[in-house]
Design a protein around this ligand. Structure first.
Ligand code: MN
Length: 254
């Protein structure tokens, strides 16, 4: 049986850029060891945006040492990065971005969505990488809703979308560096369900993964194992080693 280790309040919501009003449900700052291999979970509760001809979101910024997983529930998010990865994802779609040795990216509401306005709801999960993979090549996976298996729970209790790992024999589409499960579940009121979680995995919401038993040192967009590696990340970023974002026109042709 899993034991509940703690129940935590989430702090005040804060803006990420001008597009995402998020609550950090947990962060490695306080709960690094307990939540490993997960570093952070931001939830942007449903927020209404008026139509605009401007852009809403976060402009170009770097990351190193981990992966970001963005799940959209309402609205549309547009992403571009220095590996040439990018695209628009909508409700049910997932972006799994591997920053690893270094990536530059931007995250905005899609242009079409901004023009018509509407409600945005999404989560972003940060997944740590083992020390041996922190300097691996960056990458990007788009996981569209139709590629994510939906598994009904017994007795009408709800359903599970298997984004990563495995649930009841159904494998999720995400490639991961360490063993973990990301199950996106809808539970119906008044029902019970039992979930089998791998022995030894950390459990939060229904994210489970093998703990990465290594030091966590993070600063802003970088999460490494030591202060020296964080300084190196700033140095590498400032000397342009994270590459460059492709021009917008070049990417639209892809
Ligand atoms: Mn980012």
């Amino acid at each position: 049986m899993k034991k509940i280790l703690g129940v935590y309040d989430s702090p005040q919501a804060h803006w990420v850029g001008n597009g995402f009003l998020v609550n950090s449900l947990f962060s490695y700052n306080e709960l690094g060891a307990e939540m490993s291999p997960f570093l952070l979970l931001d939830h942007a509760a449903p927020t209404k945006f008026r139509e605009t001809t401007g852009r809403r979101g976060v402009g170009q910024h770097p990351h190193r040492g981990f992966e970001t997983v963005t799940i959209v529930y309402q609205g549309e998010v547009e992403h571009r990065d220095s590996t040439g990865g990018g695209g628009v994802i909508g409700p049910g779609d997932v972006q799994w971005m591997t920053a690893a040795s270094g990536i530059l990216h931007e995250e905005f509401h899609s242009t079409a969505f901004s023009r018509r306005g509407g409600t945005v709801e999404m989560v972003q999960l940060w997944v740590n990488l083992p020390a041996k993979d922190k300097m691996a090549a960056p990458g990007y996976q788009t996981l569209l809703n139709q590629a994510i298996p939906q598994v009904p729970l017994a007795d009408g209790a709800g359903q599970v979308r298997v984004i990563a790992g495995n649930f009841d024999g159904h494998a999720g589409p995400a490639r991961t560096f360490s063993p973990l499960n990301v199950w996106d579940m809808k539970l119906n009121a008044g029902h019970r369900t039992e979930l089998t979680v791998t022995e030894g995995h950390t459990l939060a919401l229904v994210l489970s993964g093998e703990p990465i038993d290594e030091p966590i040192v993070g600063y802003g967009p970088f999460v490494m194992n030591s202060e020296a590696e964080i300084q190196q990340a700033f140095h590498d970023f400032n000397s342009g080693e994270f590459g460059v974002m492709p021009p917008v026109e070049a990417q639209l042709e892809r």
